[in-house]
Write a protein that binds this ligand. Structure first.
Ligand code: UDP
Length: 310
């Protein structure tokens, strides 16, 4: 197949490109590089199965030749990024998704939206299944990402219902692994980088908030299976193992052997108190569940950041 990946130079987009190429597909990679990193795909720039387009998907996009699939991964995705680029975040979720859907329709391609656990906001149901409608503050600082992705889901469903487009929606929970940026701002990369530098580990709030962390290889496997065999219903993809941020900090300290101390900083506005995916649907429909536990995944991620710093 010939597949367009938007956000191809990002953390997830670049791993996705690697996997699609390994499966024998050819890839058109699109990115405007506002949060993507060309180094993530430097090994692919001359690959015969890859075409690169440096472009903002929020503006009209044109791709020559046929396409069988459009996987829409472009968006700032870290809280620090979507706070820095709030309007771009809203635009890529809205206009970018519209353009990507329009292109998929014109090419008669299958469309997959990379949505997010943030559509559940600060959830009042736990764990979160796809049937939960969410608890989002539309005017809070995180609203730019949450509402953009909620709109993107609505638009995807509208294209499915009105145009019969073959669509998929995956709701991606916290994911970590190699190619996260050292200054990405997310908890796993922050804590690892701080521990390796001997700097204090910044835990926001009292560290009792929970997250469920999925290793990137597992996540990408879920995305590929969803593209191949999911229906139009949204599917949660994440690792149901749930940890407090404080537990994560202790794990990182243990695995890095760092003697950094932990410092507590204010909790960001609207920071969700708990998050854990119910992955029953992914298990049933995709035959998928994560295989890499947090300790193993952290070891691999720490190795990556050590090498990056060397
Ligand atoms: N967090 C933290 N220290 C950091 C960065 C994040 O304690 O240096 C917390 C953050 O407040 C949140 C959790 O870790 O409760 C996960 O944050 P992240 O930005 O990774 O992703 P989110 O799930 O909030 O989108």
């Amino acid at each position: 197949m010939r597949i367009l990946v938007t956000g191809a130079a990002g953390f997830l987009g670049s791993h996705l490109c690697d996997r699609l190429i390994a499966l024998g597909h050819s890839v058109v990679g699109m990115d405007n590089l506002i949060t993507g990193n060309p180094k993530n795909v430097a090994h692919l720039t001359r690959h015969p199965a890859v075409t690169w387009i440096e472009q903002d998907v929020s503006r009209f996009i044109a791709v020559d030749g046929p396409l069988d699939g459009v996987l829409h991964f472009a968006s700032p995705a870290s809280p620090v990024d979507y706070l820095k680029f709030p309007i771009q975040t809203l635009k890529v979720g809205a206009l970018g998704t519209h353009n990507a859907l329009g292109l998929a329709k014109a090419k008669r391609a299958r469309f997959l939206l990379a949505s997010t656990s943030e559509v559940y906001g600060d959830p009042q149901e736990h764990p979160q299944s796809e049937a939960y409608w969410g608890h989002v503050n539309p005017i809070g600082p995180r609203g730019v990402y949450d509402e953009a992705k909620r709109f993107a889901e609505a638009l995807t469903m509208a294209y499915h219902r009105s145009h019969g487009l073959d669509t998929r929606i995956v709701r991606i929970f916290n994911t970590y692994g190699p190619r996260m940026r050292p200054h990405d701002g997310r908890v796993v990369s922050n804590l690892i980088v701080q521990a390796l530098r001997g700097e204090p580990l910044t835990v926001y709030g009292d560290g009792s908030q929970t997250r469920s962390f999925c290793y990137v290889d597992d996540l990408i496997q879920g995305v590929v299976l969803a593209f191949e065999r999911a229906g139009w219903d949204p599917v949660n993809l994440g690792n149901p193992g749930e940890f407090t941020v404080r537990e994560l900090a202790d794990l990182v300290l243990g695995l890095t052997g760092s003697s950094s101390r932990v410092v507590f900083q204010p909790l960001p506005v609207d920071d969700p108190k708990q998050r854990r995916p119910d992955i029953s649907r992914a298990k049933r429909v995709l035959g998928w569940e994560p295989t890499v536990n947090l300790e193993d995944g952290l070891r691999r991620t720490i190795a990556y950041f050590r090498e990056l710093a060397a």
